[in-house]
Design a protein around this ligand. Structure first.
Ligand code: HEC
Ligand SMILES: [Cu+2]
Length: 326
């Protein structure tokens, strides 16, 4: 009996582990992603057929009859199989691909909802438009209504990043000094995971994000809450005092308080988010504490210094305050 090498089990398990549908181009939940998935399957099937033909030609070249071997070695076979076939196939595929993806980058017909997403090392700055067009800051979690077209306005404030939510569409680069617009539409409610798709330095692999697609009514409620001048929360407790005296406000903003820093993610509604540090760890009071004291272990290289100045009790108050911000 042959034994399966442990290495193969690891390879098999990790590649199958990628088959979940929270972050998969093969589990489309929007028009554009469906077109990408269709193109993927066509290319996969085409490549399989070509591989089969090449395999048969290889076997014939090695063990075939004299006649078939002579044909395969002829100039005619090389011109046909080596030049004509690839040129024709690739030209057809290119034309089909361009035609299929024609609507991907539509900027001449702006969508009613525009959300600005700016790449930062290593998190996502997000801004919705307020009633007077003023930016409503959020971070690391995108919320959109189902069935409505949304323009995601992509920029970068440092290096090149790339915005990619495989279930909703292709990826689009975020380039310093440039504005790229990606049109997305979620066909069904759900939570879709995305990932920075362009290497952007140390913590690139931990620069993920979540997109929550909600019903129209739920989204409108969420946006209304986001637009309030100050978030709900216990702003007069010990946690709030520690937040301000600890210097957190130098980098973070909480609307309606004196904390107005813009270096790190806006924390006005951190209590509503599912994850911390760009979808790196679930948002729980324990993880909030861990991020404050051991952030460089949680997300090595990230731009927030570790704070070991608080007692256990103080950390609990801080976490309680942050969790209350909704
Ligand atoms: C020098 C600037 C700086 C200071 C000071 C700072 N932070 Fe941060 N903080 C950051 C940056 C940058 C990030 C984003 C890290 C990442 O994900 O790459 C962050 C992330 C966070 C997050 C996660 C936000 C999210 O959207 O996931 C929390 C919570 C947080 N900080 C709390 C605090 C608290 C509490 C303090 C004070 C004890 C503090 N920070 C002080 C820069 C700072
Ligand atoms: Cu990146």
């Amino acid at each position: 009996m042959t034994r399966i090498a442990p290495a193969w089990i690891v390879v098999g398990a990790t590649s199958l582990g990628g088959c979940g549908d929270v972050q998969s181009a093969l589990a489309p939940a929007g028009d554009e992603a469906s077109r990408v998935a269709l193109l993927t399957w066509i290319l996969f099937a085409g490549a399989a057929v070509i591989l089969l033909i090449v395999g048969v030609a290889l076997v014939l070249a090695m063990m075939g009859s004299k006649r078939s071997r002579r044909f395969l070695a002829s100039r005619r076979a090389i011109k046909l199989g080596g030049i004509a076939f690839p040129v024709v196939t690739l030209t057809i595929l290119l034309g089909y691909g361009v035609w299929l993806m024609r609507e991907t980058i539509a900027t001449d017909r702006p969508a009613a909802l525009r959300i600005e997403v700016t790449g930062e090392q290593w998190w996502w700055r997000i801004a919705y438009a307020g009633d007077q067009g003023q930016p409503i800051a959020e971070a690391n979690e995108l919320r959109i209504p189902v069935g409505r077209e949304v323009d995601v306005v992509l920029r970068s404030s440092d290096v090149i990043h790339s915005f990619w939510i495989p279930s909703l569409g292709g990826k689009l680069d975020m380039i310093p000094g440039r504005t790229n617009v990606l049109r997305i539409k979620a066909e069904r409610p759900g939570i879709y995971r995305g990932q920075c798709a362009e290497y952007c330095g140390g913590a690139h692999a931990l620069m993920a994000l979540e997109l929550v697609a909600m019903s129209d009514a739920e989204f409108e409620n969420w946006l209304k809450a986001a637009k309030r001048p100050a978030p709900g929360g216990t702003h007069d407790g010990p946690g709030a005092a520690l937040f301000h005296s600890g210097g957190c406000g130098a980098c973070h903003a909480i609307r309606g308080t004196k904390a107005a820093g813009v270096i790190g993610p806006d924390l006005s509604r951190i209590g509503t988010r599912r994850f911390l540090a760009a979808a790196t760890i679930p948002n729980t009071p324990e993880n909030l504490t861990r991020l404050i004291t051991h952030g460089q272990t949680v997300k090595p290289g990230n731009a927030m210094p570790e704070f070991r100045i608080f007692s256990e009790q103080e950390l609990r108050s801080l976490a309680t305050y942050l969790t209350s911000l909704k």
